[in-house]
Write a protein of this length. Sequence first.
Length: 363
Amino acid sequence: MTISATIRAEDPDRGKNYTPIPLRWIGPLRICGNAVEGEVRVPLATYESPLWPAVGRGARVSRHTEAGIRATVVDERMTRSVLVEGEDAARCLEAASALQNRLGELQSVTRSTSRYAELLAVRHEICGPLLFLRFEFATGDASGHNMVTLAADAVLSHILSTISGIRYGSISANYCSDKKATAINGILGRGKNVTAEILIPRAVVVRQLRTTAAQVAHLNTHKNLIGTLLAGGIRSANAHYANMLLAFYLATGQDAANIVEGSQGVTYAADRDGDLYFSCTLPNVIVGTTGNGKNLEGTDDVLRNLGCRDGRPVGGNARRLAALAAGTVLCGELSLLAAQTNPGELMKAHTSIERTKGEHRAP
């Protein structure tokens, strides 16, 4: 069952709404883990109408398993990098070394900028006379873009005033790395690092997905792993994480540009005596339940329906949202890979859903 809604973009010239972005509620998907528990419908805002039944099939599969999808929030930290300059690499190393034992001091500076920002770590990279500092913060229930920039600005000012021999370079240094697919984000994570996994009985694989565990595992190795390697993918091996993430981000009021790093991730599939173990690991799920855009009427309603307005400890609502995002990605990834094990199935689905006599159907 799906429930439809519409997101509209505002025309700045005429001051009224005119461009619809179709939204549907899919599921429910059965999900458990350290941030969410139960059966939850999820919203997807997209023009790619086949995405709804694809995620819906994955959600249906989750309800035919004993535990459903297990989503584990492994880590969370939002990053901002800054650039300082010295006369040479030796001076940059001296400055970096001076910072090693000053985390507590920098944490105090961070707390002066926000009730929720907490400095977790400082990493550095030296390139000639350039010192790149990567600050990692906890940001509560906010995705934290502005929060970490404000904190980084204060920390940078403090560093420049207390460590000699270095000077200001930039408040943003691309070592974060914001809205870019980079190795450092894939390795260290940016936002929520979440793994969603499911164990699907053989009978369900055959009946619901019309394939076998061996076929899915074989395709995942050849397509997602080897294909992405040959293409030069960066810390990533998946079929289409970006499709589900963008639709989920738009529906829940997130910064849609974060699908750039969010689309990084690894799909794992294994044949376990005919049962299918399937997982999606996403190191860069950047979501929040408070902050810019989250109190708009439509967004607020969506977050309430998802149970992300409840009175949890700080950060709990954002972790729930991240777990639901990862579970949604798994549903769509599973369905697509299953379809691609059968010749013609993918194109037949797109043709029947999106086109009638050569023209796009209305959603």
